[in-house]
Design a protein around this ligand. Structure first.
Ligand code: FNR
Length: 362
């Protein structure tokens, strides 16, 4: 049977009502990591807009793992409590609440994009960052203080993901996504560009992939059996001229992530180094990576990047190139992307009763 954008997706015991997911997007709008009214309205309105999955922005598993001091976090009970009303509301709209669990590694401790994304040192509201190797991200300005992770740090970070997953479950999330993309901590372990360790977490493919496999398995172990786990990866570093992470390695990794307990691989790209060369940033620019992983491994994938049109998203699913259409920036422009897509594709979906007149249904 041909699936379409409005076919439900079953993963474990979770049924997602359609194939649209709100891509995780940092809002940099918290008080010390605690969700605010902004998150309630932002995530809530995208659930009202009909997206099958509403995923939070990168949510830091420990304070050191924030990109900026304003990132969302889940490193304490207080953080989890603040997220509860959001998951309840998202669920009440028929959407599936999801959380992206994240650690920013060497890309932590910066100001917000609208304050220039400048590195912040420990004496100006920043903190010491941790990463697989001591080389900082090549910022134009002086980078924040950084150190290479010890074996104990590696254990602590894995434990932070586990504790965060437990809290996320208690807060009512149904999907946990491990963020291993965009040059943040777990991607930094995967890529030879940022990992020159000589212990069991560096060097060979097996060693560089060890931490993401361990974190995925550890999250899977505490995440209820009936709920799905996703992992977001960067399929390529877009650095073809040097030893780096590429699509072949992603194809090799995907089944290993599935083995570790991932139900879907969310396929993004890039972010490890400013020298990256993005070959194309037009419509659906990363879809071929998702498609290649799905075709070569049979692992369920989400495609993200330049998905902005109903027809385009529908064709993505109909042609079996991906299992989920993950929509980022278009959701900033249009919280009702899914309802508009249904209207455009002539699909009958349940609208919030309060909005039926706006869609000429009463
Ligand atoms: C992002 N992106 C992103 N990715 C991620 O994995 N975690 C995050 O927290 C963020 N934060 C974020 C904030 C903002 C404002 C933007 C625009 C993007 C990347 C995003 O999820 C998506 O992968 C890209 O934007 C590409 O998809 P679109 O926007 O072309 O649909």
């Amino acid at each position: 049977m041909t699936e379409s954008l409005f076919s439900p997706l079953s993963l474990r015991e979770t049924t997602v009502p359609n194939r649209v997911m709100v891509s995780p997007m940092c809002q940099y709008s918290t008080n010390d990591g605690v969700a605010t009214e902004w998150h309630r309205v932002h995530l809530g309105s995208r659930a009202v807009g009909g997206a099958g999955i509403v995923m939070t922005e990168a949510t830091a598993v420990e304070a050191r793992g924030r990109i900026t001091p304003h990132d969302l976090g889940i490193w304490s009970e207080e953080h989890a409590e603040a997220l509860k009303p959001i998951t309840e509301f998202v669920r009440s709209q028929g959407s599936v609440p999801a959380i992206q669990l994240a650690h920013a590694g060497r890309k932590a401790s910066k100001t917000r994009p609208w304050d220039g994304s400048e590195p912040l040192s420990p004496d100006e509201a920043g903190w010491e960052t941790v990463a697989p190797s001591p080389d900082p991200y090549p910022y134009e300005d002086e980078p924040p203080a950084q150190r290479a992770m010890t074996a104990e740090d590696v254990e602590d970070v894995t434990q932070a993901f586990v504790d965060a997953a437990k809290r996320a479950d208690e807060a009512g999330f149904e999907i946990a996504e491990v963020h291993a993309a965009h040059g943040y901590l777990l991607h930094e372990f995967l890529s030879p560009v940022t990992n020159d360790r000589d212990d069991e977490y560096g060097g060979s493919f097996e060693n560089r992939t060890r931490l993401v496999r361990e974190v995925t398995a550890a999250v899977r172990e505490v995440w209820p059996d009936d709920k799905p786990v996703f992992v977001r990866i960067s399929a390529t570093d877009w650095l073809p001229d040097r030893e780096s992470w590429d699509l072949d390695q992603s194809v090799e990794l995907a089944p290993q992530l599935a083995e570790a307990g991932a139900d879907l691989v969310d396929v993004s790209a890039g972010g490890i180094h400013p020298d990256q060369q993005i070959p194309n940033s037009g419509p659906g620019y990363q879809i071929p990576y998702a498609e290649a992983i799905k075709e070569n491994t049979g692992v369920a994938v989400g495609a993200v990047g330049g998905i902005t049109e109903a027809e385009q998203a529908d064709q993505l699913i109909r042609n079996d190139r991906a299992d989920l259409a993950i929509v980022g920036r278009e959701h900033l422009r249009d919280p009702y992307f899914t309802l508009h897509a249904a209207q455009e594709l002539g699909v009958d979906v349940e609208l919030p009763v309060q909005y039926r007149r706006g869609f000429d249904l009463d």
